[in-house]
Design a binder for this molecule. Structure first.
Ligand code: NDP
Ligand code: 2IT
Length: 448
């Protein structure tokens, strides 16, 4: 699987130590496959133990979160924060609240975040956290008590200059508000310790839209450079119906595409006339409903149980925006058979290794997550800048910076893919370009 001895040795060590963390191993393996020619060209990385250090988080915090539900029963969840790498800035990355959250999931997300944050060009290290808490069906009061209990422990590990969390799956504006309030109360400090804040207490305009918009800006740039094409007139399949999916749909529609799907963990809807986004917003943002409701309210729209079926809908472009490993080899084959030639990832690691192999064999334009979805954390970085300046920029100013950053990420990745002899391999390019900055900073700072 690996031909470079150094890469092989480090990977085998990760397998021995973390063999019980499948998602983490999957993320490391994909990155290491891209890095073989880089470490061969730069012996200083091996001499300085860069890969061994890159795969070992600087710190992993795992803690009990005890809270009381509305019936007065005591509930216990697990909390995590993985502070993975601080070579180029304070740890930065989201918090995920979902029953599937394990140390392996948080570590894969944190590992990806190191290279993603590097690609943005902003000074942010990599981290990630979360809990196996499931907010579905919980009242606002329960979510608040959970967030307060979670922050009561987390606060001792984070800070505006050390570690700045944000949202991810099931952590949006409501949760960030409760988390921020508790941090402020416990530390008696008003600082930009979280991003994704509401505009009334230091948030940035366009942060809510940033990941989905950024995904479309990146896709548009890649289409322009590699195919002299655009999103105009394309049929697009999008999975999920959360923060990333909603604003990817909005921007894709603004750029002239027809988005025909939306999904959640129960099933998907297909609307041949194009998704009515105001209705999705009403269902999901208005009352936290299920996507099934869409088909009940729209004539001609179909609902199907099971979220995987979303990839059977014919499309030109697929934008997975739900969760990891949502496109497997079979789904990738179906997408291609139905005419799809572009996959750009809004979610983190949504494609299995088998799916990626299909994209490569079939010559798809493949925009990997750490590049394509970096717009969210990029605007988080801009939120940190505005907090430090005690200023708020306009929507258009932030949006323009986001566009520039996504264009730059594409260009950097494309340049790196050419430098290493695989022009247009944007996965190789993103891994190499993201890694090089972090590796050089690690070498310069000595053995830590
Ligand atoms: P949300 O919680 O807002 O939405 C998540 C969506 O994905 C929901 O529709 C949810 O359905 C669906 N989903 C979640 N888990 C599963 C699952 N196991 N199987 C099927 N569907 C699932 O989260 P976001 O939109 O913020 O995040 C979506 C993806 O984008 C994640 O991979 C996240 O890591 C990534 N991302 C997010 C960024 C951000 O800024 N928010 C930035 C970069 C990446 P249901 O309601 O049924 O659970
Ligand atoms: O995966 C991601 O990049 C995020 N969930 C956003 C992280 C952030 O700090 O804004």
């Amino acid at each position: 699987m690996f031909t470079n001895e150094y890469v092989k040795r480090v990977y085998q060590q990760v397998e021995r130590r973390d063999g019980n963390q499948p998602e983490f191993l999957q993320a490391v393996r994909e990155v290491f496959e891209s890095l073989e020619p880089v470490v061969a060209k730069h012996p200083e990385y091996e001499a300085n133990g860069v890969l061994e250090r890159l795969v070992e988080p600087e710190r992993v915090v795992k803690f009990r979160v005890a809270w009381t539900d509305d019936q007065g029963r005591v509930q216990v969840n697990r909390g995590y924060r993985v502070q993975f790498n601080s070579a180029i800035g304070p740890y930065k990355g989201g918090l995920r609240f979902h029953p599937t959250v394990t140390e392996s999931v948080v570590k894969f997300l944190g590992f990806e975040q190191i290279l993603k944050n590097s690609l943005t060009g902003l000074p942010m290290g990599g981290g990630k956290g979360g809990s196996d808490f499931d907010p579905k069906g919980r009242s606002d009061a329960e979510v608040m008590r959970f967030c307060q209990a979670f922050m009561t422990e987390l606060q001792r590990h984070i800070g505006q200059f050390t570690d700045v969390p944000a949202g991810d799956i099931n952590v949006g504006g409501r949760e960030i508000g409760y988390l921020f309030g508790q941090y402020k109360r416990l530390r008696d400090e008003y600082s930009g310790v979280l991003t994704g804040k509401d505009m009334t207490f230091g948030g940035s305009l366009a942060r809510t839209e940033a990941t989905g918009y950024g995904l479309c800006y990146y896709t548009q740039e890649a289409l322009k450079a590699l195919r002299q094409d655009s999103l105009q007139g394309k049929t697009v399949s999008i999975s999920g119906s959360g923060n990333v999916a909603i604003f990817a749909t909005e921007k894709a529609q603004q750029l002239g595409a027809k988005v025909v799907t939306a999904s959640d963990s129960d099933g998907y809807v297909y609307d041949p006339d194009g998704i009515d986004l105001n209705l999705v917003k009403d269902i999901k943002l208005g009352h936290r409903g299920r996507i099934k409701e869409y088909a009940d309210r729209v004539q001609g729209a179909e609902y199907h149980e099971g979220c995987k079926g979303v990839w059977t809908v014919p499309c030109d472009i697929a934008l997975p925006c739900a969760t990891q490993n949502e496109i497997d080899e079979e789904s990738a084959g179906t997408l291609v058979a139905n005419g799809c030639t572009v996959v750009c990832e809004g979610a983190n690691m949504p494609s299995t290794p088998g799916a990626i192999a299909v994209y490569q064999e079939q010559g798809l334009l493949y925009g990997p997550a750490k590049a394509a979805n970096a717009g969210g954390v990029a605007v988080s970085g801009l939120e940190m800048s505005q907090n430090s300046l005690r200023l708020q920029w306009t929507f258009d100013e932030v949006d323009q910076r986001l566009k520039d950053i996504m264009t730059d990420i594409f260009q950097k990745s494309y340049e790196a893919s050419k430098e290493y002899g695989k022009p247009g391999d944007l996965m190789l390019g993103a891994n190499v370009a993201g890694f090089t900055k972090v590796a050089d900073a690690m070498v310069a700072q000595g053995v830590l």
